[in-house]
Ligand binder design. Structure first.
Ligand code: SF4
Length: 341
């Protein structure tokens, strides 16, 4: 059974053996607000609360194992799942105090991007909608409600779209976060992009491009060997025609690898007529990975090429690095990484 936090009212009715349909809507509403026990659900009769406590002794399926506080205000949580696996999530806070919950969709990740710590862990399993929602609630309970949600944590959300979609329907429904403030970030899984174009949900789409050089991207991101740059561009073109939405391209820049003005020009050429915004992300150091952070001069030269070509680009603020909670670092501090080849 999935955690109650990932259930629709109809599923709650079954799990909780409700006779009256409005009871499941009441419980659904409490869970969306992050209630952690049936005792908090004060509009349920006392006898009903006691019955539910006896039927379902524990509401959440996962539990926070470790908390890491970054001096920049970010909070990283490690959650222990019922099967002993572990997953991480982060609450990031910008200088205006806006909170963004960065959620994981899988334990580990099958995509094996060379510059990402999570990619070195291998893939264990998909997370359920309830396990995704619990990350959101654990973070919000400690830092106040998040206004934005990004699926940029551990895992490839487009290879677990069923659970991600279900979590998004709760986040955008009962929890009340606008779909415009929810982002799915994919490594470029073409079938997932096409499915999002056809079936939604109409959230924001970000694609980790990193390089517009076929050979280099295939080395850095194995997904490119199955869905190369031409297939990815076709999918994004179709996505834009269908949804009318601009896509964010994320480029993690590693010193001396994809940081040159020539790399930036390849990116400009590849973008062509796509309506995009480029997010330039200075690579965040991960011990053991064979990369270095880009220098300020490299970043400025890269940005200058995009700027002179009229490409809308911004440089990602570095948050959560002090707790290995920034982009590409999740999994570094996991207590028991579980590797599956
Ligand atoms: S960058 Fe994203 S898709 Fe690539 S290995 Fe890391 S978590 Fe997976």
């Amino acid at each position: 059974m999935d955690s109650l936090y990932g259930m629709s009212p109809a599923e709650l009715a079954l799990a909780c053996a409700f006779r009256a349909p409005f009871r499941s809507r009441q419980v659904h509403s409490w869970l969306a607000r992050g209630a952690t026990s049936f005792d908090e659900m004060t509009d349920l009769p006392l006898l009903e609360r006691e019955r539910l406590k006896a039927l379902i002794p524990r509401i959440a399926s996962s539990e926070p194992a470790t908390e890491f506080e970054d001096p920049d205000g970010s909070l990283k949580l490690q959650l222990r799942l019922t099967d002993g696996a572990a997953v991480e999530c982060v609450m990031l806070e910008d200088i205006e105090g806006r909170k963004t919950a960065c959620l994981s969709s899988q334990v580990g990740c099958p995509m094996a991007c060379a510059f990402c710590k999570t990619g070195t862990l291998g893939y264990l399993r998909d997370l359920s909608a309830g396990e995704i929602m619990e990350q959101f609630h654990f973070l919000s309970a400690r830092r106040g409600p998040a206004s934005n949600v990004v699926f940029m944590g551990m895992g490839e959300p487009c290879s677990n779209l069923g659970a991600v979609r279900k979590a998004i329907s709760i986040l955008s429904g009962t929890v009340g976060i606008s779909l415009r403030k929810i982002t799915i970030s994919t490594s470029g899984l073409v079938p997932g992009i096409l499915e999002l174009a056809e079936k939604g949900p109409p959230v924001r789409l970000a694609v980790s491009l990193t390089s517009a050089n076929e050979e280099l991207r295939s080395r850095l991101m194995p997904v490119n060997r199955s869905w190369g740059l031409a297939a990815l561009k076709d999918a994004l073109t179709r996505y834009q025609v269908t949804t009318g939405e601009r896509v964010t391209l994320e480029c993690a820049i590693m010193g001396g690898v994809n940081s040159s003005p020539a790399s930036a020009r390849e990116l400009v050429d590849w973008i062509g007529g796509l309506q995009v915004q480029v997010n330039v992300i200075p690579w965040n150091k991960v011990p053991g990975l064979p990369f270095v952070e880009p220098t300020r001069e490299e970043l400025e030269a890269y940005m200058a090429v995009l700027d002179s070509a009229g490409v809308v680009a911004s440089r990602r603020m570095r948050r959560g690095r002090g707790v290995m909670g920034a982009c590409g670092q999740l999994g570094e501090t996991l207590l028991v990484p579980r590797k599956v080849e």
